[in-house]
Design a protein around this ligand. Structure first.
Ligand code: AMP
Length: 440
C-alpha cells in the first residue's frame, strides 16, 4: 500500500515524502481511512508504531478543508499525559502540516502560562495539551472550543494511570457534543473501555498488535544479579559492549539521580530525566542524549513515557517496574520503526515475583544470561510460567506489605493463574492508583 492511495492532499503527501516514509505503517493503513471517513476510532497502538502520523495526517487533511481557527478558538484538541509527549506530537503536527496554512499550538505545565495565552489569542487549528494546563487556560478564558471539530486522546491508558480521569471529565464537559473522537491507547483495559463509553460513538476498533504483546523485533533477556552489584554490572555492560546510547529505567527519582552520579564517576556521560527536573533540564537532557553527547539517559517510567528517540538500540531495566504493563511500555522504546533492539533487565532475587508477573503478561519466560564475575550470591528463583506456586497460608495475619507491594497485587496474580500459561487477566489485578506515581 502507498500513501498516495489514502486520499490525503498533495501538500500532505509532499511532507510525508520529505520525512522519507515510503509506505504507511499497519496502524496508519487502518486508522487513516476510518478517520478520513469521519468515524470515531479506538486504536490500540504503542509508541513506535507510527500512531502519531496515524491520527495527525487525516486530522490535518480534514482541518485544511475548513475555515481556519478564529481568535482564542481551537478546532482540534489533542490531549497527552506528559509534557514530552505533547512537545513531540506538536512537532509531528508541525512537520506534517508544514505546507499547509494551519496553526498549531502546544501547552503544558511546568513553564510560564503567559506566553501560551498569547499564542492562543490567534487561535489554534490544532491544540496539543496536557490536561492540567489546559484546564488552567480554559478557566482563565484563554481558549474556547465553540468550533471544536475533533478530540484526540493520546496514550489514554497512561492518562488514567497518572490520575487524570477527573481532569478529563471536566474537559469533556465543556466541549461541544458534536465532534469526531479518536482514542489511542497502548492497551484496551477495562478502565479504558469504561472511559470510551462516555467518549466515542460507534467507534471503529483498530489493533495493530495483540494487547500487551511485546514487539517481536526486540531481543529481551535478563541478567540475574545481586542488588548491590547492579551499578557495576551496568557500567560493565555499557563499557565492554561500547554502547553509545542506552536508556536506563529506574523505579524512583532518587534512584535515577544516584545511578546517574555513579555512571558519571565511572566516566560514562549520563543524565537523569524525571518529574522533579525542570522542563528545561528535561528538554536539555533529551536533546543531549539524541545528539549523542549523553550516553546513558536514566529515566523513571512517567518521564520516559512516549519519548520519541529513533532507533534506540538498548534499553536497560535497572529495576523491574511494579506494574508489569510498564515493562511493555519501557521496551517499546527500542526496536522501533523497523530497527532491531535489545531490552535487558537486571533482576535481583527480591524482584522474582515482579519478573514472574511480567513473564505471565507477555506469555514468555525471559532468557537468562550470566557473567561469571557478576554471578549472584542470592540466586534468582526459577521462572514458573504456567506453574504457579501454591498459595502459602500465612501463620499470622499481617497488616503490612513488603517492598512497596500493594494490596493483593503480586501474590494474587499468581494464584489466579494457577496451572495456566496465559497472560494474567488485568481484571485480576488491584487497581492502578496514583499513589505510586508520586516518587517516579
Ligand atoms: P510514533 O509511534 O508515532 O511515536 O512514531 C514512531 C516513529 O516512527 C517516529 O519516529 C516516526 O517519525 C516514524 N514513522 C511514522 N510513520 C512512519 C512510516 N510510515 N514509515 C517510517 N517511519 C515512520
Amino acid at each position: 500500500m502507498s500513501f498516495d492511495s489514502l486520499g490525503l492532499s498533495s501538500l500532505i503527501l509532499k511532507a510525508i515524502e520529505e520525512k522519507g516514509y515510503s509506505e504507511p505503517s499497519p496502524i496508519q493503513a487502518q486508522a487513516i481511512p476510518a478517520i478520513m471517513d469521519g468515524k470515531d476510532v479506538m486504536a490500540a497502538a504503542q509508541t513506535g508504531t507510527g500512531k502519531t502520523a496515524g491520527f495527525t495526517l487525516p486530522l490535518i487533511h480534514r482541518l485544511s478543508k475548513g475555515n481556519l481557527a478564529k481568535p482564542n478558538q481551537a478546532r482540534a484538541l489533542i490531549l497527552t499525559p506528559t509534557r514530552e509527549l505533547a512537545a513531540q506530537v506538536h512537532q509531528s503536527v508541525e512537520d506534517y502540516s508544514k505546507h499547509l496554512a494551519l496553526k498549531s499550538v502546544v501547552v503544558f505545565g511546568g513553564v510560564k502560562i503567559n506566553p501560551q495565552m498569547m499564542k492562543l489569542r490567534k487561535g489554534a487549528d490544532v491544540l496539543v495539551a496536557t490536561p492540567g494546563r489546559l484546564l488552567d487556560l480554559y478557566n482563565q478564558n484563554a481558549v474556547r472550543f465553540d468550533n471544536l471539530e475533533v478530540l484526540i486522546l493520546d496514550e489514554a491508558d497512561r492518562m488514567l494511570d497518572m490520575g487524570f480521569i477527573r481532569d478529563l471529565k471536566k474537559i469533556m464537559a465543556f466541549l461541544p457534543k458534536n465532534r469526531q473522537n479518536l482514542l489511542f491507547s497502548a492497551t484496551f483495559s477495562p478502565e479504558i473501555r469504561q472511559l470510551a463509553k462516555g467518549l466515542v460513538n460507534n467507534p471503529v476498533e483498530i489493533s495493530v498488535a495483540p494487547a500487551n504483546a511485546t514487539a517481536t523485533k526486540v531481543e529481551q533477556f535478563i541478567y540475574p544479579v545481586d542488588k548491590n552489584k547492579k551499578p557495576a554490572l551496568l557500567t560493565h555492560l555499557i563499557s565492554t559492549n561500547r554502547w553509545e546510547q542506552v536508556l536506563v529505567f529506574t523505579k524512583t527519582k532518587h534512584g535515577a539521580n544516584k545511578l546517574t552520579k555513579y555512571l558519571e564517576q565511572y566516566g560514562i556521560k549520563a543524565a537523569a530525566i524525571h518529574g522533579n527536573k525542570s522542563q528545561g533540564a528535561r528538554t536539555r537532557a533529551l536533546a543531549e542524549f539524541k545528539a549523542g553527547e549523553v550516553r546513558a539517559l536514566v529515566a523513571t517510567d512517567i518521564a520516559a513515557r512516549g519519548l520519541d528517540i529513533e532507533q534506540l538500540p538498548h534499553v536497560v531495566n535497572y529495576e523491574l517496574p511494579n506494574v508489569p504493563e510498564d515493562y511493555v511500555h519501557r521496551i517499546g522504546r527500542t526496536g522501533r520503526a523497523g530497527a532491531s533492539g535489545e531490552a535487558i533487565s537486571l533482576v535481583s532475587s527480591d524482584e522474582a515475583l515482579l519478573l514472574f508477573d511480567i513473564e505471565r503478561l507477555i506469555g514468555n519466560v525471559l532468557r537468562r544470561e550470566e557473567l561469571e564475575e557478576f554471578k549472584p550470591v542470592h540466586p534468582l528463583a526459577e521462572s514458573r510460567l504456567g506453574k504457579a506456586p501454591k498459595p502459602k497460608k500465612p501463620k499470622k495475619p499481617r497488616s503490612e506489605h513488603h517492598d512497596g507491594q500493594r494490596s493483593g497485587e503480586v501474590k494474587q496474580g499468581h494464584q489466579h493463574n494457577a496451572g495456566s500459561a496465559k497472560p494474567a487477566s488485568r481484571n485480576s489485578r488491584a487497581p492502578r492508583g496514583r499513589s505510586n506515581n508520586n516518587n517516579r
